[in-house]
Ligand binder design. Structure first.
Ligand code: F6P
Length: 327
């Protein structure tokens, strides 16, 4: 391990999430405030391998706190998973004297950071940047709040037209392995049913609950499904529902990548700023190879290897609340 971190590289990796720019800004400004040299690494680990690394000053991150996407761009680098790729990346950092790294991304990005920090004398700090909120060790991930608010706004609009036509809408939200966007947006929009990868989807129960509510003349119009649901998303669910309830006018809406873009909410800007600040503080004080999170409004530091393994669990309480409120 280096005695003292003096030059820090920052990168964004994996799927982008709103608030990544706010995090980059916080990292760069905290670093320059402390007299450190700061570098931006383009397109995640790919830029480390291709030597696409730029010096950054306080002014490099002006006017970005409100912008979605990431000014450093992002990528999923297969090459970084090879020892040769990591060696090239290391050499490129080393020749500039970069001796600390901040990785903003999800668990795939942390896997890369963990391997890299095990092999080389460059400590890494992870910041949870993902709309999926599927990382343990933090109550928040950068981008989730914006994504879920985008989904809520869209689903509210779908509800208007669903209601006008007495239609049932099956709405698909993002979440390849995680149901948090579906759960939160579904509760917030009063969905009848929420289908997520973390729980077993019982199609019989779904059909019978829709039938029973129809009989009671309860306005049934929204089912929210995560893309990673075991039945394969909204199209698949709709096929089954149409087969079983042929008289119900059913439509599908897939929200897709709009959930990844847009200006970050105030919450995402705040947590990105706070986490970015603490990422640099961690490197300065020698707290290495951890993911910086926030739990119960306090900073929480999870060793990278644990952050990779542990997934955030869906709370039983939420699942109970969904059932009761949709009755
Ligand atoms: O950012 C996470 C995520 O939104 C997943 O929920 C989704 O499956 C995935 O990214 C899709 O990303 P891409 O289209 O970039 O492969």
């Amino acid at each position: 391990m280096p005695e003292k971190v003096t030059k820090i590289g920052v990168l964004t990796s994996g799927g982008d999430s709103p608030g990544m720019n706010a995090a980059i800004r916080a990292v760069v400004r905290t670093g320059t405030y402390n007299g450190l040299e700061m570098f931006g690494i383009m397109r995640g680990y790919s830029g480390m391998i291709d030597d696409d690394i730029i010096p950054m000053q306080s002014r490099s991150v002006a006017n970005i706190i409100q912008r979605g996407g990431t000014i450093l761009k992002t990528a999923r680098s297969k090459e970084f998973y090879t020892p040769e790729g990591r060696k090239t990346a290391y050499d490129n950092l080393k020749k500039r004297g970069i001796n600390g790294l901040v990785v903003i991304g999800g668990d795939g990005s942390f896997k890369g950071a963990q391997r890299f920090s095990n092999e080389y004398d460059i400590p890494c700090i992870g910041l949870p940047g993902t709309i999926d909120k599927d990382i343990a060790g933090s109550d928040f991930t950068i981008g989730f709040d914006t994504a879920v608010n985008t989904a809520v706004e869209a689903i509210d609009k779908i509800r208007d037209t669903a209601d006008a036509h007495d239609r049932l809408f099956i709405v698909e939200v993002m979440g390849r392995d995680a149901g948090y966007i579906a759960l939160h947006s579904g509760i917030a929009t009063g969905a009848e049913n929420i289908l997520i990868p973390e729980t077993k989807t019982d199609i019989e129960e779904l059909v019978s609950s829709l039938t029973e509510k129809e009989k009671r003349h309860k306005l049934v119009n929204l089912v929210v499904v995560a893309e990673g649901d075991e039945f394969g998303g909204a199209n698949e669910i709709a096929k089954i529902v149409k087969g079983r309830l042929p008289n119900t006018d059913t439509r599908v809406c897939i929200l897709g990548h709009i959930q990844r873009g847009g200006s970050p909410t105030c919450i995402d800007r705040l947590i990105a700023s706070r986490m970015g600040y603490h990422a640099v503080e961690s490197l300065i004080t020698g707290r290495y190879n951890v993911m910086v999170g926030i739990m119960n409004n306090k900073m929480n530091y999870t060793p990278l290897d644990r952050a990779i393994k542990a997934k955030q669990r869906i709370s039983r309480e939420w699942l109970k609340i969904v059932k009761i409120l949709a009755s």
